[in-house]
Write a protein that binds this ligand. Structure first.
Ligand SMILES: Cc1ncc(COP(=O)(O)O)c(C=O)c1O
Length: 400
């Protein structure tokens, strides 16, 4: 007989709610924040510069520009390439709404190209058919931490003279053909350090690029269009005043935030190991379940899924409950399951813009069957066992 689900009044698998995406912060981060507070310089200053340098060295890229969020970074990349009204930007529908919103902020139009059902990333074979004379850029999204097929994307971009801006929100630590995401020649990448990301500064982001001209513009545009920032002015005690050479934004990171980033980046290899161990535990259990499918995971040495998200795609044909009910039942079992994402073109505002169901059938199907399970370095093997037990319990109870 099936165990009674907690959602129906049964006993939950665990007593304490397992929160999705808790940050992993330690004494080093706390001490660094205190040091910054005591230093008298809490805005953008030496610690942002240090974090940028460390990030640049880690990625192996030429330029790293810290910003207030990945969203701000994506927006700035469009700004410095003058993407505006009348332009089209190709992107994935299976993403956080920010990826598409920044295109709208510039008065341009997002063109959603359907995803590959195995990688859950934009299907490179469909991009060319979506290119028009108005297409200016492609924003590939490395969904969950799995790199897009960058060789194919860069090839199509070169042939059509398009800018590539990678949404690398999930991709700190992602490898593609031996190289970390963020070091692809000819593209810009924007990373996220939001609270639940693989490394965090509470809010924050980083743009990386090999292009010195774009990097120079990003530095100006991230802080009001100022020709030099406050820390540079302070260091040289300049007598003259700064000038404003562009209508820039207030998108800078602060030293308080960088204080976290400096230590988070150092700890990233251990975070990655922990994620991999927990994911292996999940894999072994979920391989036996016929009603779930997992995202493709590369096995070659030069490629690495950063495991920002661990997603299952549930085959609701085998179940008596829709995906949302499965998520609610898992939450009742005290497992913080959640959804990434409803396909952007199905969201209310995008429907008002004229996007329609049927535009991207693969993304629509995935977005209605996908769920994300908790996967953070602070979890113990016993926490992962609870997640596995809850998934088994819920799927067994709802089995057709
Ligand atoms: C795919 C994707 N792109 C962009 C963002 C925006 O990142 P941020 O919150 O740093 O602006 C997120 C955040 O969750 C995301 O998941």
């Amino acid at each position: 007989m099936n165990e009674k689900l907690a959602i129906d009044g049964g006993t939950p698998v665990r007593d304490k709610f397992l929160v999705f995406g808790t940050p992993t912060l330690g004494d080093e981060e706390i001490a660094e924040v205190v040091d910054t507070l005591r230093s008298g310089w809490i805005g953008m200053g030496p610690k942002v510069a240090r974090f940028e340098e460390q990030f640049r060295d880690y990625i192996g890229c030429s330029h790293a520009v810290a910003v207030s969020s990945c969203t701000a970074g994506l927006h700035l990349c469009l700004v410095v390439h003058n993407i505006g009204p009348g332009d089209e930007v190709i992107t994935s529908p299976l993403t956080f709404v920010a990826t598409a919103n920044v295109i709208l902020h510039q008065g341009a139009r997002p063109i959603f190209v359907d995803i590959d059902p195995h990688t859950l990333n934009i299907d490179p074979n469909r991009i060319e058919a979506a290119i028009t004379p108005r297409t200016r850029a492609i924003i590939p999204v490395h969904f969950g931490g799995l790199s897009c097929d960058m060789d194919a994307i860069m090839d199509v971009a070169r042939r059509h003279n398009l800018i590539v801006i990678e949404d690398a929100a999930h991709a700190v630590g992602t490898r593609y053909h031996g190289q970390l995401v963020g070091a692809t020649p000819g593209s810009l990448a924007s990373f996220s350090f939001y609270a639940n990301k693989n490394i965090t500064t509470a809010e924050g982001g980083m743009i990386t690029t090999e292009d010195p001209v774009a990097a120079g513009k990003l530095l100006v545009y991230r802080q009001h269009g100022m020709d030099r920032d406050a820390w540079q002015r302070f260091q040289v005690r300049q007598k003259d005043f700064c000038d404003f050479v562009a209508p820039g934004y207030k998108y800078n990171l602060t030293d308080l935030q960088a204080s976290l980033g400096i230590h988070q980046l150092r700890k990233l290899p251990s975070f990655q190991d922990a994620r991999e161990q927990l994911a292996a535990q999940y894999d072994a259990a979920f391989d036996e379940l016929s009603s779930v499918q997992r995202q493709f995971r590369p096995t070659s040495a030069g490629d690495r899924h950063a495991l920002h998200l661990y997603v299952l795609i549930v085959d609701t044909d085998q179940l008596t409950a829709p995906r949302n009910k499965v998520i609610m039942a898992l939450r009742a079992e005290n497992i913080g399951a959640t959804l990434h994402y409803t396909a952007v073109h199905l969201l209310d505002y995008y429907q008002h813009l004229g996007y329609r169901r049927g535009d991207c059938p693969v993304a629509e199907h995935v977005s209605e069957h996908i769920l994300s399970l908790p996967l953070v370095p602070t979890m113990t093997p016993s926490d992962a066992d609870d997640v596995i037990s809850a998934v088994r319990k819920v799927l067994t109870a709802y089995k057709r």
